[in-house]
Design a protein around this ligand. Sequence first.
Ligand SMILES: Cc1ncc(COP(=O)(O)O)c(C=O)c1O
Length: 374
Amino acid sequence: MRIAPFETEHFYAQYEFSTPHQLCNSDCESVSVAQLLTLSGQTPTDLGRLVLGYTESQGNPELRAAIARQYDTVTADEIVVLGSPVEGIYLAACAILEPGDEVVVLTPAYDALINLFEHITGKGNVKRWQFDANETAWTLDLDDLLELISPRTKLVVVNFPHNPTGYLPTAQMQQNLAQIIETNGLQLFCDEMYSGLVHSGTPAIPSAADASDTAIVLSGLSKTYGLPGLRCGWLVVRNEELRANIMNWKFYTSICPPAPTEFLSLAAMDVLGTLRDRNITRIEQNLELSTAFFERWPGLFEWRPPLAGSTALVGYKVPSVSAVAATLAEEAGVLIHPAVTLGSDDQHMRMGFGREAFGDALDRFERWLNGRRQ
Ligand SMILES: Cc1ncc(COP(=O)(O)O)c(C=O)c1O
Protein backbone atom coordinates (compact mmCIF):
# COMPACT_ATOMS: atom_id res chain seq x y z
CA MET A 1 0.00 0.00 0.00
CA ARG A 2 1.34 3.43 -0.92
CA ILE A 3 1.24 6.69 1.03
CA ALA A 4 2.08 10.25 -0.07
CA PRO A 5 5.80 11.05 0.20
CA PHE A 6 6.73 12.59 3.57
CA GLU A 7 8.37 15.56 1.81
CA THR A 8 9.68 17.29 4.94
CA GLU A 9 11.43 14.20 6.29
CA HIS A 10 12.85 13.37 2.83
CA PHE A 11 14.24 16.92 2.72
CA TYR A 12 15.89 16.62 6.16
CA ALA A 13 17.15 13.11 5.40
CA GLN A 14 18.94 14.60 2.39
CA TYR A 15 20.33 17.77 3.98
CA GLU A 16 20.26 17.74 7.81
CA PHE A 17 23.46 15.79 8.37
CA SER A 18 25.39 17.14 5.39
CA THR A 19 24.73 20.89 5.58
CA PRO A 20 26.69 22.52 8.41
CA HIS A 21 24.84 25.82 8.93
CA GLN A 22 21.11 25.56 9.52
CA LEU A 23 18.42 28.23 9.67
CA CYS A 24 15.35 26.07 9.67
CA ASN A 25 15.29 23.55 12.52
CA SER A 26 12.03 23.16 14.41
CA ASP A 27 13.70 21.57 17.44
CA CYS A 28 15.58 23.71 19.95
CA GLU A 29 19.22 23.29 21.00
CA SER A 30 19.84 19.90 22.57
CA VAL A 31 21.87 18.72 25.57
CA SER A 32 24.04 15.64 26.11
CA VAL A 33 23.00 12.70 28.28
CA ALA A 34 25.67 13.78 30.78
CA GLN A 35 24.30 17.34 30.90
CA LEU A 36 20.75 16.10 31.37
CA LEU A 37 21.79 13.73 34.18
CA THR A 38 23.76 16.47 35.95
CA LEU A 39 20.93 19.00 35.59
CA SER A 40 18.45 16.57 37.12
CA GLY A 41 20.77 15.42 39.92
CA GLN A 42 21.37 11.90 38.60
CA THR A 43 24.55 10.06 37.69
CA PRO A 44 25.71 7.79 34.87
CA THR A 45 25.69 5.02 37.49
CA ASP A 46 21.95 5.56 38.01
CA LEU A 47 21.43 5.23 34.26
CA GLY A 48 23.73 2.18 34.20
CA ARG A 49 21.51 0.35 36.68
CA LEU A 50 18.55 0.49 34.32
CA VAL A 51 17.42 -2.97 33.23
CA LEU A 52 16.59 -3.22 29.53
CA GLY A 53 13.42 -5.29 29.83
CA TYR A 54 10.03 -4.54 28.32
CA THR A 55 8.31 -1.57 29.90
CA GLU A 56 4.65 -0.93 30.79
CA SER A 57 2.79 -0.54 27.51
CA GLN A 58 0.86 2.63 28.40
CA GLY A 59 4.04 4.14 29.85
CA ASN A 60 5.86 4.14 33.18
CA PRO A 61 3.29 5.24 35.84
CA GLU A 62 5.74 7.70 37.41
CA LEU A 63 6.45 9.25 34.01
CA ARG A 64 2.72 9.44 33.22
CA ALA A 65 2.10 11.12 36.58
CA ALA A 66 4.86 13.66 35.87
CA ILE A 67 3.39 14.33 32.42
CA ALA A 68 -0.13 14.71 33.86
CA ARG A 69 1.20 17.38 36.26
CA GLN A 70 1.99 19.53 33.21
CA TYR A 71 -1.79 19.93 32.75
CA ASP A 72 -4.42 21.33 35.12
CA THR A 73 -7.07 18.66 34.78
CA VAL A 74 -5.42 15.54 33.30
CA THR A 75 -4.73 12.31 35.22
CA ALA A 76 -1.91 9.80 34.71
CA ASP A 77 -4.46 7.24 33.46
CA GLU A 78 -5.33 9.56 30.57
CA ILE A 79 -1.76 9.66 29.24
CA VAL A 80 -0.45 7.20 26.64
CA VAL A 81 3.34 7.34 26.33
CA LEU A 82 4.34 6.66 22.72
CA GLY A 83 7.29 5.06 20.95
CA SER A 84 7.86 8.48 19.32
CA PRO A 85 5.79 11.68 19.01
CA VAL A 86 4.98 11.16 15.32
CA GLU A 87 3.58 7.71 16.15
CA GLY A 88 0.76 9.46 18.04
CA ILE A 89 -0.58 10.96 14.82
CA TYR A 90 -0.75 7.55 13.17
CA LEU A 91 -2.36 5.87 16.20
CA ALA A 92 -4.99 8.61 16.51
CA ALA A 93 -5.78 8.44 12.79
CA CYS A 94 -6.19 4.65 12.92
CA ALA A 95 -8.26 4.66 16.10
CA ILE A 96 -10.62 7.53 15.27
CA LEU A 97 -11.28 7.30 11.54
CA GLU A 98 -12.81 5.02 8.92
CA PRO A 99 -12.44 5.24 5.13
CA GLY A 100 -14.87 7.88 3.84
CA ASP A 101 -14.81 10.04 6.98
CA GLU A 102 -13.76 13.64 6.42
CA VAL A 103 -11.06 15.49 8.32
CA VAL A 104 -10.30 19.22 8.35
CA VAL A 105 -6.60 20.03 8.82
CA LEU A 106 -5.06 23.40 9.49
CA THR A 107 -2.68 24.06 6.58
CA PRO A 108 0.26 24.44 6.00
CA ALA A 109 1.11 21.60 8.35
CA TYR A 110 3.72 19.05 9.31
CA ASP A 111 3.16 16.45 6.56
CA ALA A 112 2.00 13.64 8.86
CA LEU A 113 -0.94 15.77 10.01
CA ILE A 114 -2.29 15.73 6.47
CA ASN A 115 -0.96 12.56 4.86
CA LEU A 116 -1.69 10.05 7.62
CA PHE A 117 -5.29 11.25 7.94
CA GLU A 118 -5.69 11.11 4.15
CA HIS A 119 -4.15 7.63 4.10
CA ILE A 120 -6.89 6.35 6.43
CA THR A 121 -9.90 8.29 5.09
CA GLY A 122 -9.08 8.20 1.37
CA LYS A 123 -8.06 10.75 -1.24
CA GLY A 124 -10.05 13.99 -1.19
CA ASN A 125 -11.35 13.45 2.33
CA VAL A 126 -8.90 15.80 4.03
CA LYS A 127 -10.05 19.43 3.70
CA ARG A 128 -7.47 22.17 4.15
CA TRP A 129 -8.26 24.99 6.58
CA GLN A 130 -5.83 27.59 5.22
CA PHE A 131 -4.10 30.40 7.05
CA ASP A 132 -4.60 33.90 5.67
CA ALA A 133 -2.02 36.67 5.89
CA ASN A 134 -2.08 40.41 6.37
CA GLU A 135 1.01 42.66 6.08
CA THR A 136 2.46 41.67 9.44
CA ALA A 137 0.80 38.47 10.66
CA TRP A 138 -0.72 35.12 9.82
CA THR A 139 -4.43 35.00 10.57
CA LEU A 140 -7.07 32.30 10.95
CA ASP A 141 -10.77 32.60 10.29
CA LEU A 142 -13.24 30.28 12.03
CA ASP A 143 -15.82 31.01 9.32
CA ASP A 144 -13.44 29.31 6.85
CA LEU A 145 -13.45 26.26 9.10
CA LEU A 146 -17.25 26.25 9.30
CA GLU A 147 -17.47 26.22 5.51
CA LEU A 148 -15.34 23.07 5.36
CA ILE A 149 -17.44 21.06 7.81
CA SER A 150 -19.83 18.58 6.18
CA PRO A 151 -22.06 15.81 7.55
CA ARG A 152 -19.12 13.42 6.93
CA THR A 153 -16.63 15.47 8.97
CA LYS A 154 -15.42 13.60 12.02
CA LEU A 155 -12.18 15.25 13.08
CA VAL A 156 -10.55 18.70 13.08
CA VAL A 157 -6.74 18.72 13.29
CA VAL A 158 -4.89 21.77 14.57
CA ASN A 159 -1.37 22.46 15.83
CA PHE A 160 -0.77 25.23 18.38
CA PRO A 161 1.81 26.76 18.66
CA HIS A 162 1.83 26.22 14.93
CA ASN A 163 4.63 24.85 12.79
CA PRO A 164 5.52 26.66 10.56
CA THR A 165 3.73 30.03 11.07
CA GLY A 166 4.34 30.40 14.83
CA TYR A 167 0.64 31.23 15.24
CA LEU A 168 -1.05 30.89 18.61
CA PRO A 169 -4.78 31.60 18.99
CA THR A 170 -6.12 33.79 21.76
CA ALA A 171 -7.96 32.08 24.62
CA GLN A 172 -11.22 33.44 23.15
CA MET A 173 -10.45 31.96 19.74
CA GLN A 174 -9.55 28.65 21.40
CA GLN A 175 -12.96 28.64 23.17
CA ASN A 176 -14.79 29.52 19.96
CA LEU A 177 -13.05 26.62 18.21
CA ALA A 178 -14.01 24.24 21.05
CA GLN A 179 -17.60 25.47 20.71
CA ILE A 180 -17.66 24.72 16.97
CA ILE A 181 -16.26 21.24 17.63
CA GLU A 182 -18.91 20.55 20.28
CA THR A 183 -21.87 22.01 18.37
CA ASN A 184 -21.02 19.93 15.30
CA GLY A 185 -20.37 16.71 17.26
CA LEU A 186 -16.74 16.55 16.06
CA GLN A 187 -13.48 15.59 17.67
CA LEU A 188 -10.42 17.84 17.98
CA PHE A 189 -6.85 16.60 17.59
CA CYS A 190 -4.49 19.29 18.84
CA ASP A 191 -0.77 18.84 18.19
CA GLU A 192 1.02 20.66 21.00
CA MET A 193 4.59 19.60 20.23
CA TYR A 194 5.69 23.22 20.69
CA SER A 195 3.70 23.80 23.89
CA GLY A 196 5.24 26.25 26.36
CA LEU A 197 7.22 28.14 23.71
CA VAL A 198 5.28 31.38 24.07
CA HIS A 199 7.17 34.56 23.24
CA SER A 200 7.18 37.69 25.43
CA GLY A 201 4.13 39.79 24.69
CA THR A 202 1.98 36.84 23.54
CA PRO A 203 -0.71 35.79 26.04
CA ALA A 204 -0.35 32.07 26.88
CA ILE A 205 -3.40 29.81 26.47
CA PRO A 206 -4.26 26.55 28.25
CA SER A 207 -3.61 23.18 26.67
CA ALA A 208 -6.54 21.99 24.56
CA ALA A 209 -6.64 19.05 27.02
CA ASP A 210 -7.60 21.50 29.79
CA ALA A 211 -9.78 23.70 27.60
CA SER A 212 -11.97 20.81 26.40
CA ASP A 213 -12.97 17.40 27.81
CA THR A 214 -12.90 15.67 24.47
CA ALA A 215 -9.79 17.03 22.70
CA ILE A 216 -6.98 14.60 21.99
CA VAL A 217 -3.61 16.21 22.54
CA LEU A 218 -0.20 15.20 21.20
CA SER A 219 2.89 16.48 22.94
CA GLY A 220 6.46 15.45 23.71
CA LEU A 221 9.99 16.49 24.58
CA SER A 222 11.42 16.97 21.06
CA LYS A 223 10.92 20.65 20.33
CA THR A 224 10.35 22.89 23.38
CA TYR A 225 12.89 20.97 25.47
CA GLY A 226 15.38 20.19 22.70
CA LEU A 227 15.35 16.41 23.23
CA PRO A 228 14.27 14.96 19.85
CA GLY A 229 16.79 12.13 20.13
CA LEU A 230 14.88 10.80 23.15
CA ARG A 231 11.84 10.18 20.92
CA CYS A 232 9.57 10.89 23.91
CA GLY A 233 5.98 11.71 23.02
CA TRP A 234 2.55 11.19 24.54
CA LEU A 235 -1.14 11.48 23.81
CA VAL A 236 -3.70 12.81 26.25
CA VAL A 237 -6.89 10.83 25.62
CA ARG A 238 -9.78 11.37 28.05
CA ASN A 239 -12.21 8.89 26.48
CA GLU A 240 -11.58 5.40 27.86
CA GLU A 241 -12.86 3.50 24.83
CA LEU A 242 -10.77 5.57 22.43
CA ARG A 243 -7.73 5.17 24.68
CA ALA A 244 -8.19 1.39 24.63
CA ASN A 245 -8.44 1.46 20.83
CA ILE A 246 -5.28 3.58 20.61
CA MET A 247 -3.48 1.13 22.90
CA ASN A 248 -4.58 -1.75 20.67
CA TRP A 249 -3.08 0.00 17.62
CA LYS A 250 0.06 0.75 19.60
CA PHE A 251 0.64 -2.97 20.24
CA TYR A 252 1.13 -3.22 16.45
CA THR A 253 3.56 -0.31 16.18
CA SER A 254 5.81 -0.03 19.25
CA ILE A 255 4.21 -2.05 22.11
CA CYS A 256 5.90 -0.06 24.87
CA PRO A 257 8.24 2.94 25.23
CA PRO A 258 12.01 2.22 25.18
CA ALA A 259 13.37 1.86 28.74
CA PRO A 260 16.28 4.35 28.29
CA THR A 261 13.84 6.90 26.86
CA GLU A 262 11.59 6.57 29.89
CA PHE A 263 14.51 6.86 32.32
CA LEU A 264 15.90 9.98 30.68
CA SER A 265 12.43 11.47 30.11
CA LEU A 266 11.70 11.15 33.82
CA ALA A 267 14.98 12.93 34.53
CA ALA A 268 13.97 15.66 32.05
CA MET A 269 10.56 16.10 33.69
CA ASP A 270 12.34 17.49 36.77
CA VAL A 271 14.07 20.21 34.76
CA LEU A 272 11.54 21.07 32.05
CA GLY A 273 11.35 24.71 33.14
CA THR A 274 15.12 25.16 32.88
CA LEU A 275 15.31 23.53 29.44
CA ARG A 276 12.33 25.49 28.11
CA ASP A 277 13.42 28.88 29.49
CA ARG A 278 16.87 28.57 27.91
CA ASN A 279 15.26 27.81 24.60
CA ILE A 280 12.79 30.70 24.80
CA THR A 281 15.71 33.05 25.53
CA ARG A 282 17.61 31.67 22.54
CA ILE A 283 14.57 31.95 20.26
CA GLU A 284 14.00 35.57 21.29
CA GLN A 285 17.66 36.47 20.66
CA ASN A 286 17.52 34.83 17.24
CA LEU A 287 14.24 36.59 16.46
CA GLU A 288 15.93 39.92 17.17
CA LEU A 289 18.72 39.03 14.74
CA SER A 290 16.11 38.00 12.19
CA THR A 291 14.08 41.19 12.54
CA ALA A 292 17.23 43.25 11.89
CA PHE A 293 18.10 40.98 8.94
CA PHE A 294 14.66 41.38 7.36
CA GLU A 295 14.81 45.16 7.81
CA ARG A 296 17.95 45.08 5.65
CA TRP A 297 16.15 43.04 2.93
CA PRO A 298 12.65 44.55 2.68
CA GLY A 299 12.17 43.82 -1.03
CA LEU A 300 13.24 40.18 -0.90
CA PHE A 301 11.43 38.76 2.14
CA GLU A 302 8.00 39.05 3.77
CA TRP A 303 8.48 38.80 7.52
CA ARG A 304 5.56 37.94 9.76
CA PRO A 305 7.05 37.46 13.23
CA PRO A 306 5.84 34.36 15.08
CA LEU A 307 3.81 34.64 18.29
CA ALA A 308 4.95 31.32 19.71
CA GLY A 309 6.81 28.12 18.88
CA SER A 310 10.27 27.86 17.35
CA THR A 311 9.52 28.53 13.68
CA ALA A 312 8.24 31.17 11.27
CA LEU A 313 6.88 31.07 7.73
CA VAL A 314 8.70 33.68 5.67
CA GLY A 315 7.88 34.88 2.18
CA TYR A 316 10.95 34.77 -0.11
CA LYS A 317 10.44 36.51 -3.47
CA VAL A 318 12.30 34.13 -5.77
CA PRO A 319 10.82 31.91 -8.48
CA SER A 320 11.52 28.75 -6.44
CA VAL A 321 12.69 28.53 -2.82
CA SER A 322 13.38 24.81 -3.43
CA ALA A 323 15.87 25.69 -6.17
CA VAL A 324 17.49 28.42 -4.05
CA ALA A 325 17.75 26.05 -1.06
CA ALA A 326 19.62 23.46 -3.13
CA THR A 327 22.06 26.08 -4.51
CA LEU A 328 22.56 27.73 -1.11
CA ALA A 329 23.31 24.39 0.57
CA GLU A 330 25.84 23.56 -2.12
CA GLU A 331 27.53 26.96 -2.38
CA ALA A 332 27.49 28.16 1.24
CA GLY A 333 26.62 25.09 3.33
CA VAL A 334 23.57 26.96 4.67
CA LEU A 335 20.22 25.19 4.99
CA ILE A 336 16.85 26.88 4.48
CA HIS A 337 13.66 24.85 4.32
CA PRO A 338 11.32 25.28 1.33
CA ALA A 339 7.88 25.42 2.94
CA VAL A 340 6.38 23.75 -0.10
CA THR A 341 7.09 20.46 1.75
CA LEU A 342 4.59 21.63 4.40
CA GLY A 343 1.86 22.40 1.88
CA SER A 344 2.76 26.08 1.42
CA ASP A 345 3.85 27.47 -1.96
CA ASP A 346 7.42 27.57 -3.29
CA GLN A 347 7.76 31.28 -2.43
CA HIS A 348 7.97 30.62 1.31
CA MET A 349 10.61 29.17 3.60
CA ARG A 350 10.33 27.85 7.14
CA MET A 351 12.84 29.32 9.55
CA GLY A 352 13.73 27.84 12.96
CA PHE A 353 15.12 29.94 15.81
CA GLY A 354 15.93 27.47 18.58
CA ARG A 355 19.54 26.67 17.71
CA GLU A 356 22.67 28.20 19.23
CA ALA A 357 24.47 28.55 15.87
CA PHE A 358 21.55 30.36 14.19
CA GLY A 359 23.29 33.77 14.19
CA ASP A 360 26.37 32.39 12.45
CA ALA A 361 24.20 30.65 9.82
CA LEU A 362 22.25 33.89 9.26
CA ASP A 363 25.53 35.81 8.71
CA ARG A 364 26.62 33.24 6.15
CA PHE A 365 23.24 33.45 4.40
CA GLU A 366 23.55 37.23 4.23
CA ARG A 367 27.10 37.06 2.84
CA TRP A 368 25.84 34.67 0.17
CA LEU A 369 22.94 37.02 -0.66
CA ASN A 370 25.32 39.98 -0.88
CA GLY A 371 27.62 37.96 -3.14
CA ARG A 372 24.71 37.31 -5.52
CA ARG A 373 23.80 40.99 -5.65
CA GLN A 374 27.16 41.96 -7.17
C1 LIG B 1 3.82 19.74 14.40
C2 LIG B 1 4.64 18.52 14.60
N1 LIG B 1 4.08 17.42 15.09
C3 LIG B 1 4.77 16.29 15.29
C4 LIG B 1 6.10 16.23 14.98
C5 LIG B 1 6.84 14.95 15.20
O1 LIG B 1 7.75 15.03 16.25
P1 LIG B 1 8.94 13.98 16.33
O2 LIG B 1 9.81 14.26 15.16
O3 LIG B 1 9.63 14.26 17.62
O4 LIG B 1 8.34 12.62 16.27
C6 LIG B 1 6.74 17.34 14.44
C7 LIG B 1 8.16 17.30 14.04
O5 LIG B 1 8.67 18.13 13.33
C8 LIG B 1 6.00 18.53 14.25
O6 LIG B 1 6.54 19.65 13.76
